[in-house]
Every structure is written in structure tokens, then in C-alpha cells.
Design a protein around this ligand. Structure first.
Ligand code: KG4
Length: 328
């Protein structure tokens, strides 16, 4: 059978990325141009600045992706851009570029949900991984437990009622003075601390999450006790959010009888969270997590999800629009 090459295009937030992936699992190229240094001085992503920088970067990143993969547009089977969720102006840059490529080269356009992309990062890391499984989605914009029924069918079993987990990491980091992006900085500092500060957990009867209570508790503690040990605070925050995640995962396992857990999203790069999930293996649970460089936004994961959408028969027209709050 002829190889299927998908061209993934990702511009939903602050990474401009283009990738070529073979048969959904093999990366031929994955070029990522990050804007983190540009947004760092504002303490977070500034949407208008993100859009402008995507425009500046996209052609260069696209050319490099083809060059590195050593392919031309004639070799590409489908063009698979992220069309949501994300920042609307940022999404529109990648989506418009994808539409132009599709029209000019007469190649099918296949839209990809960014969250589906984060899940697919695992298909690249583990060639043998197949649905069904439970996915713990933990990114900067989304948090929840997803029942992945097959490659393109998902059921959200529980989601955050307020902040996404990455948002909580970033806000805590900003308040304690670590800067943006907060997740990796908390990860590093927490290693020097002890998780000896009690922080609140919000429980629900279903599989929903809440991270605003713990975030506010950390911020209040820091304001009331300016001399508090920051490393201990970070370690305690990390430990408590991990407990919140794992408690809900255990409920999801009971509910579905599935015992394969797959992590996804930027926060799955957190070393403490990774270790605590790996410890679940001792209980007979199968645990998968993306390669570190595929945890945060990249176009290879989008091209992988695009491959599965393509073989499931999805085709989009040029009227495909950016959907900032797209659901799975
Ligand atoms: O998945 P992602 O790249 O963007 C979205 O699609 O939302 O996730 C970005 C989030 C940010 O909140 C960042 O602080 C967090 O992932 N993150 C981490 C780590 N690396 C990135 N959080 C905790 N520990 C890390 N090592």
C-alpha cells in the first residue's frame, strides 16, 4: 500500500509548527518555532503578538519542514491544520496557509482538533498503542479525562469546571515570581522543596476537576506569608494537583473497566506527575506518556491525528473556519 504523508500545521497558541508524518506514526520532520521568548516579558501569551509572529514564521517553517523530510508537495496526501481550540487570530494564520496550499496543489484539506492532536502524540511515541484507552488531558487550555473509543471517537468523562491545569501552573508561577511559562519553572524549583504544606482539594461526585481553589490558596499563602519557602510551596502544589488527577483517574478506571492510561498535553511533561503516574504500573495499570518533546504544542501530533481523520474519510472544504472553543 502507498504511504500516506500528512502535512500537519499548528498555530493555535505560541508555537508555529509544520510537520510531515508518514502513516500517522513516523515523523519525517517536525519544525517548531517557539514564541516563548517574545511573550516572556509580558508574563503570558499576547494574542495579537502571537498572530503577527505566526505570519512572520509560517512560510519559513513550512519550507524547512518539506526540506527536512526531503519531500515535495506532490508527495503529500493530505494537509491537516489545527482549526481549534485556540486563539482565533493565531489559528487563522495556520488554517489560511493550509487552505492556500490545498487549493494551489489540489490536495485534500482535513481539519484537526488540537486536543485530538495531543492524544495522537502518543501514537508516535508508542507504535503499538491502539484505542480504546483513558486519556488524561492536561494542557494549558484544557483538562479532563477522555474515553478514547477509537482513533476519531471520544467521550469526555470529566473536565475542569474552572482553570485548566496548565493555567493554574502558570498563574501560581507568575504570582510567586517565577515568570512565564510557569510549568517548567515550578517543575524545576519543586525538586528542591518538600511537599509539607497542606492545600485544598475540590471533589465532585462525577469526574470533573477544579483547580481554581488550590491556585487561590497558593496565591493567598504567598501574599500572607511573603517569606514562605517557595520550593516547598511549589512541591506541595505539584503533589496536591497530582493527587487530584490520580483520584479521578481511579474513578474513571472503575467506571469504564479500562486499565490503560495515556497522558497528553503540555503538563504531562512535568517530572513529578510523570513519576507518580508511572508508579501506577505497580497496580497493574498500563501507563503511556508522550516523548518529552511531543508533550507541548507541535505539528507532528497534529499530522498524526490528521492521518486518522483522513483514513476515517474526513474531508473539509475551503469554508472550514477557526473554532476557538472547539470541543472534542
Ligand atoms: O499543551 P500545551 O503546549 O498548550 C496547550 O495546548 O494548551 O501546554 C502548555 C502548558 C503551559 O501551561 C505550561 O506551563 C505547561 O504546559 N507545562 C508544564 C511543563 N511543561 C509545560 N507544566 C508543568 N510541568 C512542566 N514540566
Amino acid at each position: 500500500m502507498k504511504d500516506i504523508l500528512t502535512l500537519g500545521i499548528e498555530t493555535s497558541c505560541d508555537e508555529t509548527s509544520v510537520a510531515v508524518v508518514k502513516n500517522g506514526r513516523e515523523i519525517l520532520s517536525n519544525i517548531i518555532d517557539t514564541q516563548i521568548p517574545i511573550h516572556e516579558k509580558y508574563g503570558g501569551v499576547v494574542p495579537e503578538i502571537a498572530s503577527r509572529n505566526h505570519i512572520e514564521a509560517i512560510s519559513r517553517v513550512f519550507k524547512k519542514a518539506l526540506e527536512t523530510a526531503n519531500v515535495s508537495m506532490q508527495d503529500i496526501t493530505a494537509i491537516t491544520p489545527t482549526y481549534g481550540p485556540g486563539l482565533v487570530g493565531a489559528l487563522l494564520v495556520g488554517l489560511s496557509y493550509a487552505k492556500a496550499l490545498s487549493l494551489a496543489n489540489n490536495i485534500p484539506l482535513v481539519g484537526v482538533n488540537h486536543i485530538q492532536g495531543h492524544i495522537a502524540a502518543n501514537y508516535i511515541t508508542y507504535k503499538e498503542l491502539e484505542p480504546p484507552f483513558l486519556c488524561v488531558m492536561m494542557s494549558g487550555g484544557n483538562t479532563g479525562i477522555v474515553h478514547v473509543k477509537d482513533y476519531t471517537t471520544f467521550e469526555m468523562l470529566g473536565k475542569t469546571r474552572d482553570d485548566a491545569i496548565g493555567e493554574a501552573f502558570d498563574k501560581v508561577a507568575r504570582v510567586v515570581g517565577l515568570g512565564y511559562p510557569g510549568g517548567p519553572k515550578i517543575d524545576k524549583l519543586a525538586k528542591e522543596g518538600k511537599p509539607n504544606i497542606e492545600l485544598p482539594k475540590t471533589h465532585f461526585d462525577n469526574l470533573d476537576f477544579s483547580f481554581s481553589g488550590i491556585k487561590t490558596a497558593v496565591i493567598n499563602l504567598h501574599h500572607k506569608m511573603p517569606d514562605i519557602n517557595k520550593a516547598d510551596l511549589c512541591a506541595s502544589f505539584e503533589k496536591t494537583v497530582t493527587e487530584i488527577l490520580i483520584e479521578n483517574v481511579k474513578k474513571a478506571i472503575k467506571l469504564t473497566n479500562l486499565n490503560t492510561i495515556v497522558l497528553a498535553g503540555g503538563v504531562s511533561a512535568n517530572s513529578y506527575i510523570r513519576q507518580e503516574f508511572l508508579n501506577l504500573k505497580e497496580k497493574g495499570i498500563k501507563v503511556y506518556m508522550p516523548d518529552m518533546k511531543l508533550c507541548t504544542d507541535n505539528a507532528a501530533m497534529i499530522a498524526s491525528a490528521g492521518y486518522y481523520n483522513y483514513i476515517a474519510g474526513r474531508r473539509d472544504n475551503l469554508d472550514l473556519n477557526a473554532v476557538p472553543n472547539l470541543k472534542l
